[in-house]
Each structure stands twice: as structure tokens, then as C-alpha cells.
Design a binder for this molecule. Structure first.
Ligand code: KMT
Ligand code: NI
Length: 176
């Protein structure tokens, strides 16, 4: 995992868009993003422990690639990259491949989080974000959730008035 300020160039979303300015784990934590590296022989146990602690009862797996999604791959990648939020946490464990999660910081600047195998991330409910594969076009992830999956994306600005958005902003003292 590496997090950095996204350069807003017009290049394809799958390019790195690396401004060269890193973002720290503390900066991510301050906006509610939690991160762990779970790899090695205990990885599954570490995932299971976190799931118990945070009451994630269910999980599934998704492969984002042209092979697995066929004709709808490009369309899917475009829709994942539309800025949105969810009414529940977005919990992702990368099992294989690579991809980018972009999140908005306190100043509404994009921070790009480059994820690879063994990376586990939680984005809080109500946080605006987006996702894309990189130029390798392959990512396999475990998605965890509390009860039923609540990962319907609510796009910006439609979600601006959502109660989960308001509680996110007040929890993390964000006024932007
Ligand atoms: C989301 O809601 O942004 C996603 O689920 C992204 C794809 S999961 C690798
Ligand atoms: Ni999302």
C-alpha cells in the first residue's frame, strides 16, 4: 500500500496519477480510513478476528478483470470510478492483483491509495470515494459486510444530504 495526493491530470484513470506527495497512515486515520497488512500464513485468521471484532458477519469475493466480467468490464470500471458513498463501511481485502481506491481528504483533495495483495482497508460510511483497476486490469478482493450488503453507490452530489454523510462529517470534524 502506498497513499499519495492524486495529480488531477487528464490521463486515463488507470494511470498512477502520482503527484509525488505521500499521505501518511495518520492522515488517513484522521478522515476515518483504517488500514492493515494481512499476509503470511495467519492472514485468514487476522481477517476473521477483525470480522468478529467489528461484527462483519458476511463476505464474498469479486474479481475485477476483463476475463471475469467480460463485455461489461469497461462499464463496471467506469461506474466504480464515479465519485460515490455508501450507507455502510466499504471493507475490502485484496487477495490478488492491484488497484486504486481514491478518497477525499479534509480539503476535498483526492488521495490515491495504491493497494495490492494482503492489503485490508475500511472506508467509513458517508465518505466520498471511487475505485479503479490500474493498467494491469486485474484485482481480486474479498468484500466484507455486517448483514446484507449495503454497497449501493450514492453518487455526488445526490448524497450530500444523506444522513450518513452528515454523521461522517461531524464524526471527523470535516467542514469543507
Ligand atoms: C466500491 O463500491 O467502490 C467497490 O466496491 C469497488 C470495487 S471492490 C474492489
Ligand atoms: Ni464504494
Amino acid at each position: 500500500m502506498r497513499a499519495y495526493i492524486y495529480d488531477n491530470s487528464d490521463l486515463d484513470q488507470r494511470e498512477p496519477h502520482d503527484s509525488g506527495v505521500n499521505a501518511t497512515l495518520d492522515e488517513l486515520k484522521a478522515i476515518g480510513v483504517l488500514y492493515w497488512k494481512f499476509d503470511g500464513p495467519d492472514a485468514l485468521q487476522q481477517i476473521n478476528d477483525l470480522a468478529v471484532e467489528r461484527k462483519y458477519k458476511n463476505r464474498d469475493e469479486i474479481t475485477v478483470s476483463p476475463d471475469s466480467l467480460g463485455a461489461v468490464y469497461e462499464e463496471k470500471v467506469k461506474s466504480f470510478f464515479t465519485e460515490h458513498l455508501h450507507e455502510d463501511e466499504e471493507i475490502r481485502y485484496i487477495q490478488d492483483g492491484t488497484g486504486y481506491f481514491d478518497v477525499r481528504d479534509k480539503n476535498d483533495t483526492w488521495i490515491r491509495i495504491a493497494m495490492g495483495k494482503g492489503d485490508m482497508i475500511i472506508l467509513p460510511a458517508g465518505m466520498y470515494h471511487r475505485f479503479t483497476t490500474d493498467s494491469k486490469n486485474y484485482l481480486k478482493a474479498m468484500r466484507l459486510f455486517k448483514e446484507d450488503p449495503l454497497w449501493t453507490p450514492i453518487n455526488r452530489p445526490l448524497a450530500d444530504d444523506n444522513t450518513h454523510r452528515s454523521s461522517y462529517l461531524s464524526t471527523f470534524n470535516i467542514t469543507a
